[in-house]
Each structure stands twice: as structure tokens, then as C-alpha cells.
Ligand binder design. Structure first.
Ligand code: UDP
Ligand code: 7WV
Length: 455
């Protein structure tokens, strides 16, 4: 029998990629801890293919993106995918709301990814409270807001670029859709359209915390009703207030964390480089080779996540020759790895989740951004948060082995290592504070809950 004692029922709707699902899944768990019922809706394809968390306080349900058999890979183009998802997604989201209507817990709030702005239209049609949940930094969001409203004209003809609340930016620091004009036009339109109806959202949530980017939070707060609710990291790794909250949610692949843990536990404190490029990036053969040669020539141990789809790009015999110096796995539990004392630095693509996880666990970084917001995050890692360095890219678009080697040494043993570590520790302390102030969690989460409960 359904429990009627919930304070409300929230439906959360992430964009169907791992980096968007996981933060919303974590946030949903925080809402459950506040006495709400939360249902996370993924696409049918994601639901059928990803590894669900082993046990969860959440409910799961599905909508359709119109590609139930193959998901994004089945679509003819990015444009086609997004269009069909809007049509079929709107319809199946409405079906989901209707399905819940005559139960003990009808849906009274939709938290949607603004990559899917049509979800707000559906919520409004049913008279339901609608909140946008931004999965990138306020700095990045504010740039897109500026472009969307014509406040920043493209293409950019003069640098550096000054935007209120942001550091002075060079072209290479901007999100790739701006610095590489014409790249991924459908995605560029999507990130700008996050602001097409954000003024109609009843709340705007952002997975960041104030101290990370105070001026950007203040700037963005002037244009929408913003609440910084991050970092959306399981309680276990931060404040340890939610019992058994150590599961990071969906995984791309099943991974046996004992393999990484056992290996890391034989290594000295701060002696291992952890490398990962997230769930989406695909590196060139040349870039993989440069990474492999840099690791081979370095004296440090390394744990390298190479997805199955990238494995063929590893040079022949690399893994055998690395022996006990390196471990290559297809996937890992990244939070568990980052919290292992053996890790001395994280060589990352600077996806926002990875960056926020490293900041929250106090791990210095080497940034090798690939596209989208990663370039901006890498800029902040180096120049704003000062927790690492950003690798320099050659004219051919590759970060060469010498540069990788240089960056690794800077962060693992250079004169600045102590500063990087000290700053990383500071961000970890602030991350814990952000999520655990005001009793059991972030006061912005409490404010958000009371907003929609009383609406
Ligand atoms: N991740 C993981 N295991 C891995 C690699 C990545 O659990 O081996 C998780 C990581 O903790 C992060 C997410 O996958 O939460 C990647 O998100 P991010 O925004 O960094 O990058 P994206 O995959 O969106 O490019
Ligand atoms: C998935 C698809 C497209 C983009 C992203 C994720 C992102 O940057 O978060 Br543009």
C-alpha cells in the first residue's frame, strides 16, 4: 500500500546522459531525506541498459525519447534526436503525470534538466510547480544566458572577454561551442535554449556552491530565482549524515570496485595518478598514444579508466609492459577512487561532475578539456580555484607527451604541489560546509522544499 505520509511527490527528469542523470539522482535522494517521495524518470533505453543502484530510497519510472531500442546512438543526427525527444518526451511525460494523478501521491513538482525546456511547458499545462536543475557551473550558464539574450555577440572578434562576475577570459577558456564556431550547432542551440523559458520556472537550482563562484552566482541570481544546491555528492563522502548514502547511482558499466581498491591499497599515499575522461569523450588515437607514452615514461603509478569503446586505441603491449606500475580498467567507482589516499592527482577531462567530485574530495587536478563546458572548468581549476594546471594544446589539437609529463610533475611533486593540496583541502572543507550547514543539509535545499510545498 502507498505511504500517504509524504510531504509531496517530486518527479525528476534528467537529460539522458550519465553526467546529467547522476547529479539529479543524488539530489533526489536528498529530497527523500526531507520526507518527500521522489521518482526519477529516465528514458526507457537508459532504464533498460544502465546498471541501477543496488538499493535505493527512490522510485524509478520511464519516459520515451522515441529511441527505445538504441537510444542516442540510434538517432540519425543530434538534431533529430533532440527533436524527437521533445515530441515523444512531452507526450510520455504527460502520460506519467496522468498515471500518478489518481494515486495517493500525485506529482506536485517537476525538476527538469533545462536541456529539456519543454518539460516546463508540460508541468505548466498540468499546473505543477516546475524547477530547472542546471548541471553546469553558474559561470558557464551565465555565458549562455548572455549569448541567448544577445548581450554577447558571436563570433567573438575581440579578446579578452569581460562578462560581469566572471574572470577575464581568453577564447580558449570559453565553452567550445563558442570558441569553435559552428561546432555541434544542435547542442549549441540546446545549451542556449536553457534560457528560452527559464524566467517562467518556479525555481532554478544549480549544482554548484556559493564559495566556488560567488560573483557568478550573484550575477546569475540577478536574472533568475537561483538556489545553489551542490555539491550533489553522496553524503558518505562529505557530511556522512544520510545513512548508507554511498552509492553513486547509475553506472555505465558494472565495475568491481575491489579490483581498484585492492590495487590502490598497496600504493603509498599520494603516489598514483588517476586518469578518466568521463562517459562521453572519445579521444583520437594520437592523443591516447601521447597519454600512454607519458605514463610509460613517468615514475608515478597510474590508474587509467579506458572505456571499452576506447580500448583499441591503447598502444600494443602497453598494459603488459606497465606491469604493477599501472592499472587500466573499463570503469570504476570514481568517488571511491578519489577518496583513496593513494591518489596524488586526477588527470581529468574536467566534466563538471568530475571536477566537482575532485574539489569535494580535495584532489588536485591536471585538466585536459575536450569540449562543451570542460574548457571553462579547466580555466577555473588553474586560475580561480588554483588546484592544478591545465595542459597546453598544440596547433594540431593534441596535448603532447612532454606537456603531459610536465603537468603531472607540476601537480605530483613540483614546488606548487603544497599550494594545490592546501587549496584542494580548503575546497573540500567548503564543500562539506555547503552541504551540511543548517542541520541536516544545505539551507537552499530546505528553502526549495518549502517553496514548492507551500505553492
Ligand atoms: N565516473 C565513474 N566511473 C568512471 C568514470 C566516471 O563513476 O570510471 C562518473 C564520475 O564520477 C562522474 C561521471 O561519471 O560523476 C562523469 O560525469 P562528468 O560530468 O565528469 O563527465 P561526462 O561523462 O558528462 O563527460
Ligand atoms: C550531453 C550531451 C550534450 C552536451 C552535454 C551532455 C554537456 O555538455 O553536458 Br552539450
Amino acid at each position: 500500500m502507498e505511504n500517504k505520509a509524504y510531504r509531496g511527490h517530486v518527479l525528476t527528469l534528467p537529460y539522458p546522459s550519465l553526467g546529467h542523470i547522476n547529479p539529479l539522482l543524488q539530489f533526489s535522494k536528498r529530497l527523500v531525506s526531507k520526507g518527500l517521495k521522489a521518482t526519477l524518470a529516465t528514458t526507457l533505453f537508459i532504464h533498460n541498459t544502465m546498471q541501477p543502484p543496488s538499493s535505493s530510497s527512490l522510485q524509478f519510472d520511464t519516459i520515451s525519447d522515441g529511441y527505445d531500442e538504441g537510444g542516442f546512438a540510434q538517432a540519425e543526427s543530434i538534431h533529430a534526436y533532440l527533436n524527437r525527444m521533445e515530441t515523444i518526451g512531452s507526450k510520455t511525460l504527460a502520460d506519467l503525470i496522468i498515471k500518478n494523478k489518481n494515486t495517493a501521491n500525485p506529482i506536485d513538482c517537476i525538476i527538469y534538466d533545462p536541456f529539456l525546456p519543454w518539460a516546463l511547458e508540460v508541468a505548466k499545462k498540468f499546473g505543477i510547480f516546475g524547477a530547472a536543475f542546471f548541471t553546469q557551473t553558474c559561470a558557464v550558464n551565465f555565458i549562455y544566458h548572455h549569448v541567448h539574450h544577445g548581450l554577447l555577440k558571436l563570433p567573438i572578434t575581440s579578446t579578452p572577454i569581460s562578462i560581469p562576475g566572471l574572470p577575464v577570459l581568453e577564447l580558449e577558456d570559453m565553452p567550445s561551442f563558442i570558441s569553435v564556431p559552428g561546432s555541434y550547432p544542435a547542442y549549441f542551440e540546446m545549451v542556449l535554449n536553457q534560457f528560452s523559458n527559464s524566467d517562467k520556472a518556479d525555481a532554478v537550482l544549480v549544482n554548484t556552491f556559493y564559495e566556488l563562484e560567488p560573483e557568478a552566482v550573484d550575477s546569475m541570481s540577478k536574472v533568475c530565482r537561483l538556489l545553489a544546491i551542490g555539491p550533489t555528492i553522496p553524503s558518505f563522502y562529505l557530511d556522512k549524515r544520510l545513512e548508507n548514502d554511498n552509492d553513486y547511482g547509475l553506472n555505465l558499466f558494472a565495475s568491481d570496485s575491489s579490483i581498484c581498491n585492492n590495487w590502490l591499497n598497496t600504493k603509498l599515499e599520494g603516489s598514483v595518478i588517476y586518469l578518466s575522461f568521463g562517459s562521453m569523450a572519445s579521444l583520437s588515437n594520437k592523443q591516447m598514444e601521447e597519454l600512454a607514452f607519458a605514463l610509460k615514461g613517468s615514475k608515478f603509478h597510474f590508474l587509467w579508466v579506458v572505456k571499452a569503446s576506447e580500448e583499441a586505441k591503447i598502444p600494443e603491449k602497453f598494459v603488459e609492459e606497465a606491469g604493477n606500475k599501472g592499472l587500466v580498467v573499463q570503469w570504476c567507482s570514481q568517488l571511491e577512487v578519489l577518496s583513496n589516499k593513494a591518489i596524488g592527482c586526477f588527470l581529468t577531462h574536467c566534466g563538471w561532475n568530475s571536477t566537482l567530485e575532485a574539489l569535494s574530495l580535495g584532489v588536485p587536478m591536471v585538466g585536459l578539456p575536450q569540449w562543451t563546458d570542460q574548457t571553462m572548468n579547466a580555466k577555473y581549476v588553474q586560475d580561480v580555484w588554483k588546484v592544478g594546471v591545465r595542459a597546453k594544446v598544440c596547433e594540431n589539437g593534441i596535448v603532447e607527451r612532454e606537456e603531459i609529463d610536465f603537468c603531472i610533475k607540476e601537480v605530483m611533486e613540483g614546488e606548487r604541489r603544497k599550494d594545490f593540496q592546501k587549496n584542494a583541502k580548503k575546497w573540500r572543507d567548503l564543500a562539506i560546509k555547503a552541504i551540511s550547514e543548517a542541520g541536516s543539509s544545505n539551507k537552499n535545499i530546505d528553502e526549495f522544499v518549502s517553496k514548492f510545498i507551500n505553492s
